[in-house]
Design a protein around this ligand. Structure first.
Ligand SMILES: *Cc1c(COP(=O)(O)O)cnc(C)c1O
Length: 609
């Protein structure tokens, strides 16, 4: 069932509502309502259809508005005749050649004569059933939906009229009724407002979350490499053989007992797993909840990234590869890759933007000590995306002997799934560790920061289909979500293609990827992995944005309260406790993705220590 959110008014609010990825947004051009729309529509995802709502308007005005605001649908709330509707269906009237959708509204009170629909059967695309009230729409109460059991048509309809958070159960019941058969979308408006036209994002999110039945949703990848509508493999044809070889083999190889044995042995003896699940007593006292830290910072090389590189190097060996390539931005993934190449005696080439090489000297030195060759990317902005291009070029030229190790839950299928599965050891351990300490496997919440999303994917994995476990995803807001200097993809991102997969990413109107910013190098990424885009769209995960200063303060606080210096990435996850209040007996597990040694200089500069 699709969702239309109607009565949009304010530009910032429109952007935030659009980040929830509804299917339709409604703009009311009727003047006699507090929700009258009279500004500009900001850039929003082109997967969201913009609907103009009119009441007995002059046809020429409707056409003008459609062209001016690039609307994809017209909703007619007055006594517009079938003839009026049929005129508007003519595509020649509009600058966009795509046919426009016509939605004709009918208001229902205690009864409804469905014969009224007959003349409109061939002149509109959808009906919309609303509650008859004083105003045309936005009255805030609902009609008796069982009247729709007599719906005589097969035309899909929108259900509207006072739908709110308190009706989720009724909507679920409605889904089982005869009337639901042709229900195409829900239309919501006044019940989700702080004031007329200003929508309440968190209540909308909760509504979407509750409506998408968490019990029946699938959050894992499907056979084609999709998480809902995100994922896939969008790659140049020349790369197809490489990716296809991996796709055909990865699950088979991972299931081999011999592979499992070697992987688990290395995780134990080389990485130092299981990483402790530490009950942070003083932090818990301060925030009045039971806070556990999953100590990925204690892994060899200081972060979760090694779990994935160990898995991928074993995969590469099984596929007969002799040469490893990787790209790195801050150098963390480069170091984790160089480490496993040294361990296995394989040639290692790391592509890194020239600018990043200068900024991240200690990690460049580490990679070199470990025997890797660091090749500067000299084109473009000489940062991560240029390094990625170089790595892809290399892989195209060396399809037979080379494996490309991607460092996060991103890239073309099967990478996001493969990386997620290698990282899933994190939640696998949390389950038994929590059982030992709390007597139950499921916490109330799991929390992780998201760059591309690999530590988060690992932390969530075994809880994705446990609806009683809340999932919190923490993004870097940089200098602030609206500052133009951030990496808050869930708020600012739109659907697009990056690094070979369809996901949410920050981009300009013409599809240019926006330069992200965060004080933390690991979160400075313009997209999120496709699994997280799906978790965001379905409302399964709650996304929170944390600024540089909030993260830095939370990092320093952990030093003082628990004697642990966290990576700045992980500090973002810790900062949510200042924003969100938990119940005293809530068990909250936070992924402490890495240690702060690499960030000391940053902390020292920031706090003038
Ligand atoms: C790289 C990194 C991240 C971000 O990457 P994800 O793939 O989103 O996990 C987070 N924390 C640390 C410590 C990192 O090194």
């Amino acid at each position: 069932m699709k969702l239309k959110i109607c009565g949009m008014k304010y530009q910032d609010n429109i952007e935030h509502v659009a980040s929830l990825q509804p299917d339709y947004l409604g703009f009311i051009f009727y003047e006699d309502t507090p929700r009258h729309f009279d500004t500009k529509i900001p850039e929003i995802s082109n997967t969201i259809k913009k609907v103009g709502v009119f009441v007995n308007e002059e046809i020429s005005t409707v056409i003008e508005k459609v062209n001016e605001f690039n609307l994809q649908a017209i909703q007619l709330h007055g006594e517009e005749s079938p003839y009026y509707c049929s005129i508007l269906r003519s595509t020649e009237l509009f600058s966009d050649p795509e046919p426009i959708e016509i939605i004709k509204v009918f208001s229902i009170k205690d009864e409804f004569n469905f014969a009224a629909l007959d003349p409109y059967e061939n002149t509109c695309d959808y009906y919309l059933f609303d509650t008859k009230g004083k105003l045309p729409g936005g009255n805030g109460y609902r009609f008796d939906w069982s009247l729709l059991n007599n719906y005589p048509s097969t035309k899909p309809f929108f259900l509207s009229g006072g739908i709110g958070l308190d009706q989720v159960d009724d909507i679920k019941k409605f889904k089982e009724s005869e009337a639901y058969k042709y229900c195409y979308a829900l239309d919501v408006n006044s019940k989700f407002e702080k004031e007329p036209g200003l929508k309440n994002i968190s209540i909308l999110r909760e509504f979407i979350n509750k409506l998408n039945d968490k019990k029946t949703m699938n959050y894992n990848v499907d056979e084609k490499g999709y998480y809902g509508e995100f994922g896939g493999a969008f790659i140049p044809e020349m790369l197809y053989p490489n990716v296809e070889e991996l796709r055909q083999n990865y699950l088979k190889v991972m299931a081999e007992p011999d592979f499992q044995k070697e992987f688990n042995q290395l995780l134990k003896d080389y990485v130092g797993r299981p990483s402790p699940l530490y009950f942070a007593k003083r932090l818990s006292e301060k925030y009045n909840a039971k806070i556990y830290l999953k100590r990925e910072d204690l892994n060899h090389t200081g972060a979760h990234k090694i779990n994935n590189t160990i898995g991928q190097i074993l995969m590469a060996k099984r596929l007969g590869k002799k040469r490893i390539i990787a790209e790195t931005g801050a150098g963390q993934h480069g170091v984790a890759t160089a480490t496993v190449c040294a361990l296995m005696g394989l040639e290692c080439i790391v592509y890194m933007g020239e600018i990043d090489i200068a900024r991240q000297a200690p990690n460049v030195a580490r990679m070199k000590m470990l025997g890797a060759k660091v090749i500067p990317a000299l084109s473009g902005s000489r940062t991560l995306k240029d390094a990625t291009n170089e790595a892809i070029r290399d892989w195209i030229n060396n399809p037979v002997n080379t494996h490309y190790i991607i460092g996060s839950a991103i890239g073309p299928h099967p990478y996001p799934d493969m990386v997620t599965k290698f990282q899933s050891v994190v939640s696998e351990e949390i389950k038994w560790q929590l059982k030992e300490q709390e007597g139950r496997e499921n916490p109330d919440y799991v929390v992780a920061c998201i760059g591309g999303g690999s530590n988060a994917a690992g932390t969530y994995y075994h809880y994705l289909h446990e609806p009683d476990v809340g999932i919190i995803a923490v993004e870097a807001a940089g200098l602030g979500v609206d500052s133009g200097e951030s990496a808050a993809t869930s708020v600012l991102g739109k659907e697009g293609i990056i690094h070979g997969c369809k996901t949410l990413l920050m981009q300009t109107k013409d599809g240019q990827i926006t330069e992200p910013y965060s004080i933390s190098a690991g979160l400075d990424y313009p997209g999120v992995g496709p699994m997280h885009a799906h978790l965001c769209k379905t409302g399964r995960a709650e996304f929170m944005s944390i600024t540089d200063s909030e993260a830095m303060n939370a990092g320093l606080e952990l030093c003082k309260l628990e004697g642990i210096i966290p990576a700045i990435e992980s500090s973002h996850a810790l900062a949510i406790f200042e924003q969100k209040t938990f119940k005293p007996d809530d068990v909250v597990v936070v992924s402490l993705s890495g240690r702060g040694d690499k960030d000391l200089e940053n902390y020292i500069d920031y706090f003038k220590i």
